[in-house]
Design a protein around this ligand. Sequence first.
Ligand code: UT7
Length: 327
Amino acid sequence: MSRSTMIVGTGSFVPDKVLTNLDLEKMVNTSDEWIMTRTGIKERRIVGEETATSDLALKAAERALKAAGVSPSEIDLVLIATVTPDMAFPSTACLVQDRIGAKKAAAFDISAACSGFVYGLSIADQFIRNGTYDTVLLIGAETLSKITDWTDRNTCVLLGDGAGAVVLRPTEESKGILSFYLGADGGAGDFLKVPAGGSRQPPTCETVNKKLHYIKMRGNELFKIAVRVLTRAVEEALSRSCLSIEDISLLIPHQANIRIIQAAAEKAGIPLSKVYINVHKYGNTSSASIAIALDEAVREGRIKEGNIIVLDAFGGGLTWGACVIKW
Ligand code: UT7
């Protein structure tokens, strides 16, 4: 029997502060009705000024380790998927490695925007499957509120903060991660980006005044691509493990917009009763979205041993990917 990778514990954490659609009505020219009908989002969680991404990541990680019964000293690798690192470097993974006390672990961040958690799973899977590491801590964590233009109604109603984590270990049984499909289209990268703050446009008074450190999104174009690639990713990942749509027990898609989720599920022929949805509570939390949803699904008893779970991501880059797991 060959070695494969299984999730042995999940955890998540969202900040206490709730920002409702009614709160947003007082900030920009929008309405609860518009946000609900166009996105399905009712509220989102927002960190306070003093809180950074590593603070959320740490709490989600502690919960995942507790659920797994794994101590920090056993971790070989800490991976964090984020587009809102505490700073350019050290990586947020290194900050968490230190704070959690994972003394023997290597650590690095993954930049694949909303697909970061699924990309991260594929990295963890390689390290575990080939025998390099036995225990990997993977976290998706974001404080998108820090890069949100709170005067731009096109984006500010969509985004939220949070973190989700998993602990991964090898198994000799025929379960765990079965297959992946990952994709990217850098040519469409302009549809979703933070233009400044890197080496192309370093921070200046001008970049700040022009609001170039905030998320810019062409939602309409993204919507159509999202539905197409989310559907394709599920089909490709399933075919790589010789499974079909009917085998899926639960689809956990990236939570960006209820209409995208519904359209992709319909296109793939998956009934909504088999789709996990929590976008109404948290909005789009980028790389944390699937990780939080997975943890909630586990804790609510929606996932049972032997179930086929498909994680399905789409985001900036553009990037996308799906992962098939036998629980
Ligand atoms: O994380 C992965 C990447 N992100 C995504 O996948 C997001 C994908 N896109 C979407 O979710 C949707 O395209 C949005 C929610 C962003 C927008 O929904 P839409 O149905 O595509 O609306 P729209 O962009 O076509 O805008 C329709 C109207 C526009 O007004 P006009 O031009 O028709 O007069 C917008 O100005 O709605 C207006 N609008 C708003 N109205 C009230 C845009 N944002 C708002 C708002 N409140 N917050």
